[in-house]
Design a protein around this ligand. Sequence first.
Ligand code: GLN
Length: 549
Amino acid sequence: MAKYIFVTGGVTSSLGKGIIAASLAKLLQARGFRVTIQKFDPYINVDPGTLNPYEHGECYVTEDGAETDLDLGHYERFLSIFTSQANNVTTGRIYQTVINKEREGAFLGKTVQVVPHITDEIKRRMLLLGKDGKYDIVITEIGGTVGDIESLPFIEAVRQLQWELPEEDVVVVHLTLIPYLRAAKELKTKPTQHSVKMLSETGVHPDIIVCRTEEPLSNDIKRKIALFCNVKQEAVIEAMDASTIYEVPLLMLREKLDIICMKKLNITNAKEPELEKWKGFLDKLKYPKSKVTVGLIGKYVELQDAYKSILESFIHAGAVNEVKVQVVNVHSEFITKDNVSEKLEGLDGLLVAPGFGHRGIEGKIIAVQYARENGLPFFGICLGMQMAVIEFGRNVLGLADAHSTEMDASTSNAVINMMEEQKKIKLMGGTMRLGTYPCEIKEGTLAYEIYGSTHISERHRHRYEFNNSYLEQFENAGLVASGLNPDSGLVEIMEIPAHPFFIGVQYHPELKSTVERPAPLFVGFIGAAKKYNEKRVSQKSVALQTELI
Ligand code: GLN
């Protein structure tokens, strides 16, 4: 049976529980254990698929097509393992299961209650991933902040498990904040004391307290926290702000978070952590040789979390190319034909982001046209690929009303159309084409050069597709399908061979990029941006020299 680590959070939200959980998981994995992480979210939505990115950031899609919390993205990026539907559970999903069982009569006339029925279902799911011998350690991150009404049943389930499981099989890690009062030049432990007290009142006693702090914690402060919070001083862990999230595993290693956990779990057979690959990546990330600037065109660009996986993929691909990737957010709603060259000035590449609905799409189309006509590296993801198709249809094929039926149901040139199997679906949640599908790549194409393979599989989240009745027309004019789904014939990749780097994909390559396995398309795109930048810089210096002469 697996061992279980629970991570709770106190004082405020946004302390980076997901990163601490992922970092601890990384260290334990580096020590030779098979580790997975799951997240339990207190909200009532069955999954985050129907949530607006403004509400909850990006919706992360797993191999099996689950629409999940963006923290699962961190787990995969850190661990290079696949997560699944089982790794993300919400209050909504718990209640849905219990209510369905009640309707089936499974409770045999009993009154169905939060304790024990809801907590039993929570516990069942908390233990699930550790049941089949696949993992040595299961880390569970509890969303929300201790003291919230809605996370109480999750905390109660942890309390019960702390008693029901053997003592050496459970660790509770509580993450808190130690604020620094600048005026008093002092770190304050009171919020942490209160938060641990609140957790203890629910019956859960934390074994380890991880303290987010801007300033180092002195031994005195650690002693004080230990004293008031009933933990050993060695179990008070300092989590200083880091320059990048990828540094946190090393900070936690220095603070011995993994060793303290293993001690409580009575694990004695751990090897020294193997982190060479990770450190190599960090070195390249911290000491880049040059810089490229790419534009991210989307409609949620002011909210960093909305494009989390894309931004992280840029970081992975930047390290491979030994460049710093500076991302310029360009709001698609404000791009017009008149200002496009000004808005995209100084960019070495353009990524048109995924999205839904018609807001901001004309700006995206104008940006694609600019990239196509000016040889600027272009990378379109999902809606971004669809915009490239529409742009090409309108401006190259002369189909003036080329459109997607998502935005214009009555267009006479529906170059992007709703997929057949989507047409009869009425419900919104979990009904898109989701998860991993195979794609066959044609040899001799840019896609083949990038992937180095004819068979790949990537993750999807969409309802619309390229309308194959236009394929011949597009290919004859120079936008070709270089990747197709072998079973359905759906177009997965389109590219312009005559352009230095112009590629659009119907799937989401950003969802499979990890530190140890960066997404090939991002690596290729940043490589192309680097080349473009070198040319741009040398042209600029020639121009400058000519001016000086
Ligand atoms: N809205 C488009 C579709 O449903 C694109 C989706 C996306 O970019 N993820 O097909």
